[in-house]
Design a protein around this ligand. Structure first.
Ligand code: HEC
Length: 379
């Protein structure tokens, strides 16, 4: 079955490339304002990205690792889709076919009903909601597992991811945003960036496997980060580009300092949100308070043996460094890294292993919680 889909993909890709470049040539022969070279380059890059996502080892490995599967989906949705759309494929494709076919297609597309449907389908609100629904719905465990076990469902998943993403980018790049519209567009990109990062964060912070077919929690966390961080960056760049276009448009008051201000605001709010998430997460896991934990760590002098980020003077190397404790799988090479085990280790490491070189320091239950909370903010 997989082979059938691979052949189908390869054939339609070869066809689309031929049509596109025939169209580019036909247009060039006919008019000055055809497809620009950079539009054709964008299309070619998008095309290569699709080939890399669907017909390379990425596709084989996506069965084994969730993080690779996520990479595949991100390639389709946030790299290939905008690049292909930027290449104005409809216009090129239209000129890639014979005059007879072109007229036939145009006759259909020009009917009021088709125009209305296309207008509705590329309306900013519609594309925003459609893409969000498709993205979230496919990540429901049952749906995702079904796609993993059935090639046809899997193909539908990829197709809907790609098509709704392409519509989303279409409405942004070629959409009907007038002078006021760019502001709306910026908002739409933000809304999408937001819900995508929330979904990514859910995977990153989940403490158990969401899709049983993939066996590793670390792999799941990596997949979450791939959805969260790189796509966040791409959306922010898109928002900034729209914002710049907006400034340029508003009577050429192109104002670099306003742009800088926006960039700073975006970055600080992104960092604050990330920090806020980590603090809340650490609190929730341990029931402790990271800020009090920081003070407790200083009081007990954990820094005389450990290097601990964020604690002044804690740079000793008697014990292992405690950086990234929030994302480790094991504690002291023996215990799996759960909040309870961490608290137990902090309060009484000798009870875990009487021979360990870390002394029991009579840490109170409350302090143990707070210290564990602080350590879980280290990622
Ligand atoms: C006398 C030195 C010493 C002090 C003080 C000390 N530790 Fe340790 N700690 C160690 C050593 C040595 C290990 C490695 C133990 C092992 O693997 O058996 C360790 C391991 C740990 C680990 C597991 C680290 C890992 O890489 O998995 C944590 C967490 C930890 N200590 C937290 C603390 C905290 C919190 C304090 C302060 C309350 C503290 N330690 C005080 C020596 C110390």
């Amino acid at each position: 079955m997989r082979l059938v889909f691979d052949i189908l993909i390869a054939v339609s890709m070869a066809l689309s490339l031929t049509l596109y470049f025939r169209g580019v040539r036909a247009l060039r022969a006919r008019t000055e304002r055809g497809i620009r070279w950079y539009e054709a380059a964008a299309f070619a890059l998008g095309w290569i990205t699709i080939a890399a996502a669907l017909l390379s080892p990425i596709d084989t490995w996506s069965d084994v690792l969730f993080s690779v599967h996520m990479t595949q989906h991100e390639l389709l949705m946030i790299i290939a889709a905008p690049l292909l759309v930027a290449g104005r494929p409809m216009i090129a494709g239209m000129w890639g076919v014979s005059e007879h076919t072109r007229n036939a297609i145009l006759n259909i597309l020009r009917t009021p009903r088709a125009l209305k449907a296309w207008h509705a389908m590329t309306h900013p609100v519609v594309v925003l909601v459609l893409h969000a629904v498709v993205l979230w719905a496919w990540h429901i465990p049952d749906a995702f597992e079904a796609a993993l076990h059935n090639e046809t469902i899997h193909a539908v998943q990829h197709l809907t991811f790609f098509v709704t993403a392409a519509l989303f980018w279409w409405s942004l790049i070629h959409g009907r945003y007038g002078r006021v519209g760019y502001g709306v567009a910026v908002f739409f990109v933000f809304a999408t960036a937001m819900h995508t990062s929330i979904l990514g964060a859910l995977f990153t912070f989940a403490q158990r496997l969401i899709y049983p077919s993939y066996g590793s929690l670390e792999d799941q966390q990596l997949a979450g980060l791939i959805m969260w961080i790189p796509s966040g960056v791409i959306f922010i760049v898109a928002a900034l580009a729209l914002f710049a276009a907006w400034l340029g448009e508003s009577a050429r008051r192109s104002n670099a300092s306003a742009l800088m201000l926006l960039a700073c605001l975006l970055l600080t709010s992104a960092c604050n949100k990330y920090r806020g998430d980590r603090l809340a997460e650490a609190r929730q896991l341990t029931g402790g308070d990271p800020d009090r934990g920081e003070l407790a760590i200083r009081r007990y002098g954990c820094g005389t043996c450990h290097t601990i980020p964020g604690i002044p003077g804690a740079s000793a190397t008697v014990g292992p460094p405690l950086d990234k404790l929030g994302v480790r799988t094991y504690l002291a090479g023996r215990l799996s890294n759960t909040p309870d085990n961490l608290m137990r280790w902090i309060r009484d490491p000798q009870s875990v292993d009487p021979k360990t070189a870390m002394p029991s320091m009579n840490v109170t239950e409350r302090d143990g919680r707070d210290i564990a909370a602080y350590l879980y903010t280290l990622q």
